[in-house]
Design a protein around this ligand. Structure first.
Ligand code: TMP
Length: 250
């Protein structure tokens, strides 16, 4: 682990400074929390698995023209990333109704949405990460109107790329949460992680509503076999090349 100063410790990751002010080192932990840390536990091997899955997906997105903070993965549970100022927003994209969308609207679990739904939540643990309206987001100056439009466009592009990728893995991308940051030049970079902690992933080979879950919902709802589900995702993701064959950059 790094001998450098800890800049921030979150629920699932620790962020260290490095000798280069533009580069940070992220350490992925096995710790798991749910329901705003009311439920706590540990998922053996989660740090390494989420780091490897995120690294693969960030490289895939970079190869398709999405700017991310990813630089390298110097150790199995460590990721070097560009230093960015994280926007205090959780950008959620939903393809299928699940989770809080069902709880708050009454839509049935598993309903395929006609169009992907993009939602913005206020990244603020003390307030319980509330769902924002556009007017509230602007009132709080969490981002500019132009940035919101750019985030929406990027989130939908990422949804298309990740949905296609997971399809090849035999997995349905139900919904996911993204975080973005600004670099020194105010460019918007995709940041944080993309993993079974931050996505809902359903195994297409299984229709049973509990069996098919390959993500953190297994931990949230005590469905068991959490590590095995994360490992399934890891193995299937790593089996798919970052760049589709024949599309390698010249
Ligand atoms: P939700 O249905 O609970 O609002 O979650 C939507 C998506 O966001 C789901 O894929 C899980 C992810 N998520 C996080 O990554 N972090 C969180 O704190 C929450 C509540 C959800």
């Amino acid at each position: 682990m790094s001998a450098h100063p800890v800049l921030y410790e979150g629920k699932a990751k620790i962020l260290y400074a490095t000798d280069d002010p533009d580069v940070l080192l992220t350490h992925f932990k096995d710790d798991a929390t749910a329901f705003n840390a009311q439920k706590r536990g540990s998922i053996v091997g989660k740090g390494e698995m989420n780091c490897a899955i995120s690294s693969h997906l960030f490289q895939l997105l970079e190869a398709q023209g999405i700017a991310t903070h990813w630089l390298s993965s110097p150790a199995p549970n460590e990721m070097k990333v560009r230093s960015v100022k994280i926007l205090p927003l959780e950008v959620v994209v939903r393809n299928i109704a699940a989770g809080s969308l069902c709880q708050q609207t009454g839509l049935p679990l598993g309903m395929v949405l006609q169009e992907p739904l993009v939602e913005f939540y206020y990244k603020n643990d003390a307030l319980g990460d509330p769902l924002l309206t556009l007017d509230r987001l602007l009132l709080l100056e969490l981002a500019t109107a132009d940035q919101v439009e750019a985030l929406r466009t990027k989130a939908l592009q990422i949804d298309r790329l990740l949905s296609d990728f997971f399809q090849k893995c035999g997995i349905t991308l139900v919904d996911f949460k993204l975080e973005f940051g600004l670099d020194r030049q105010q460019n918007i970079l995709l940041a944080d992680e993309i993993s079974p902690d931050t996505c809902r992933l359903w195994n297409q080979a299984d229709t049973d509503p509990a069996q098919r879950v390959l993500d953190k919902d297994r931990f949230r709802h005590d469905l068991g076999n959490v590590e095995a589900a994360y490992r399934q995702v890891l193995e299937r993701v790593l089996a798919q090349p970052v760049q589709p064959q024949g599309e390698a950059m010249l």
